[in-house]
Ligand binder design. Structure first.
Ligand code: C2O
Length: 535
């Protein structure tokens, strides 16, 4: 194992897209930011120095950070922000994970421009459980706003107005030729015929689940969220914000130019036609004048594609990489997703949107929750987050009034060390028609079941997949449906759990788990590093 060091300078830089230049926050002046390359077993030290006039904090999305929430990064959950002029070293080990993950700012909406890939190579001498690719390429799917992102965020969170949706989707920071002034902002990947390419796809968009396809080329899915899957071939993939997907592509077509394209799964709240990002998959030696072929993408709201695609995602579950699904459950949790309005005297309509889990809209604390937990400081949070919604109701029936009541609070759920947890997340399909990608920090979990309508405790668990369910860190909860996840709470600390649609997170669709220390000396939260940023 090696010690890998990176320096991240947070700096503001002028970047132009869609005929419009604006200052954006970057890492090392790059947009998207640098890729982190590590090998399983390495220790990683990333020194983040903040030269921008914004508070900063960086999250290593999907890294488990065993006992080491101090390096996890969500602002006010595991640390206070790195203030202008200050530095903080994220110091962590990469253990028992290999594949593609990513990093992003975890404060306000700054992740709109502050993000990049993490590539974890398997241990030396451990080959991939699929054909060795000849070459590989990171593909970051994102969004671009012409307006200042802070202004957009405030519009969404504070004023009680719906925010501007982004002006473009992007592939490696570039929208592609279907947008004004964007011919020169088109990502192109040169390929050679007869080779195998590994594409490391990451959805770093703020608010959109995306379809992705390459014209004339099928993709073989081999890994999701840094977990190997049973390989399967598909024309398109579906990827939610926070998720990663590795695919193999054979360059076995007539040498030519082909578009790679990404567009939203859901067409809310505006039509998608002007939001399709495109990049070029170009065979070597083909002139740039050749007009590329456009891929077939599923139609917006193609739920049947989404369901069958999700159903094909299975853990590899080989002797070398077994899926250790908890078969018995110590703690059953059931969370409803609600969306209502809270009074807001300063807001345009006198109210603002409030999203909730079990009717509780999360209030961000002013000091780090992990510090409060570690030092036993009272008054920062409570551990009375309810295991069940206050009153059961017909979650997906109409009219829905039971989830309009929204209480506010920094309420967490306390979990016993090493207990097995099942959490069913139930959408209540109120003011929204979106699916919700829920992300748990500090863990992977197994998606043992999912369905449309109300979860039925008497019938649905019998249909769970406890053999080779997909193992991820971010799971979609279907519109008007439910998703059941299981994990073993073997990582002590305070772990954020939230919808990875930034709009919903801002409205309060989040909570955190306090996983208690275990009895052994190596089952406790590590002491905080000396340079942990103060509040
Ligand atoms: Cu990628 Cu808490 O997020």
């Amino acid at each position: 194992a090696a010690v890998i060091k990176y320096q991240f300078d947070i700096q503001v830089k002028n970047v132009s897209r869609l005929c419009n230049a604006k200052p954006i926050v970057t890492v090392n002046g790059m947009f998207p930011g640098p890729t982190i390359y590590v090998r399983e077993g390495d220790r990683v030290l990333i020194n983040v120095t903040n030269y921008a006039q914004y508070n900063m904090s960086i999250h290593w999305h999907g890294l488990k950070q065993y006992r080491n929430g101090w390096a996890d990064g969500p602002a006010y959950i595991t640390q206070c922000p790195i203030k202008t002029g200050n530095s903080y070293v994220y110091d962590f080990n990469v253990t028992e994970q290999r594949g593609t993950l990513w990093w992003h700012a975890h404060i306000l909406w700054l992740r709109a421009t502050v993000y990049g890939a993490i590539v974890i190579m398997p241990k030396q001498g451990t080959p991939f459980p699929f054909p060795q690719p000849d070459r590989e390429q990171v593909i970051l799917l994102g969004e671009w706003w012409n307006a200042d992102v802070e202004t957009v965020e405030n519009q969404g969170n504070t004023l009680g107005l719906p925010p501007n949706m982004s002006d473009a989707h992007t592939i490696n920071g570039k929208p592609g030729p279907f947008f004004p002034c964007s011919e020169k902002h088109t990502f192109a990947m040169e390929v050679e015929q007869g080779k195998t390419y590994l594409l490391r796809l990451i959805n770093s968009a703020l608010n959109d689940e995306l379809f992705f396809a390459i014209a004339n080329h099928n993709m073989t899915v081999v890994e999701i969220d840094a977990v190997y899957t049973k390989p399967f071939s598909t024309q398109s993939i579906l990827i939610a914000p926070g998720q990663t997907t590795n695919v193999l592509v054979r360059t076995n077509q007539t040498p030519g130019r082909y578009f790679m394209a990404a567009r939203p799964f859901m067409d809310v709240p505006i039509p998608v036609d002007n939001k399709t990002a495109a990049a070029i998959f170009q065979y070597k030696g083909i002139p740039d004048t050749v007009v590329p072929t456009f891929p077939h993408l599923p139609n917006p709201n193609d739920t049947s594609f989404a369901l069958s695609y999700e159903d094909r995602l299975r853990s590899l579950n080989s002797p070398q990489f077994p899926a250790n699904v908890p078969l018995r459950v110590d703690r059953n949790l059931f969370y409803t997703i609600g969306l209502g309005r809270n009074p807001c005297p300063s807001c345009v309509n006198g109210t603002r949107l409030a999203a909730s889990l079990n009717n509780i809209s999360f209030v961000m604390p002013r000091v780090g929750l992990l510090e409060a937990h570690y030092s036993d400081t009272a008054g920062v949070y409570t551990t009375d987050f309810p295991d069940l919604p206050p009153t059961p109701f017909n979650y997906t029936g109409a009219p829905l009034t039971a989830n309009l009541e929204t209480a506010k609070g920094t309420r967490l759920s306390k979990i016993r060390f090493n207990s097995t947890v099942e959490l069913v997340i139930q959408d209540t399909n109120l003011l929204t028609v979106e699916s919700h990608p829920f992300h748990l920090h500090g863990y992977n979990f197994f998606i043992v079941g999912t369905g449309i309508g109300n979860f039925d405790r008497a019938k649905d668990p019998a249909k769970y997949n406890l053999v080779d369910p997909p193992e991820r860190n971010t799971a979609g909860v279907p519109t008007g449906g439910w998703t059941a996840i299981r994990f073993r709470a073997d990582n002590p600390g305070v772990w954020f759990f939230h919808c990875h649609l930034e709009l919903h997170t801002g409205w309060g669709l989040k909570t955190a788990f306090v996983v208690e220390d275990g009895p052994g000396p190596d089952q406790k939260v590590l002491p905080p590093p000396k340079d942990l940023p103060p509040c």
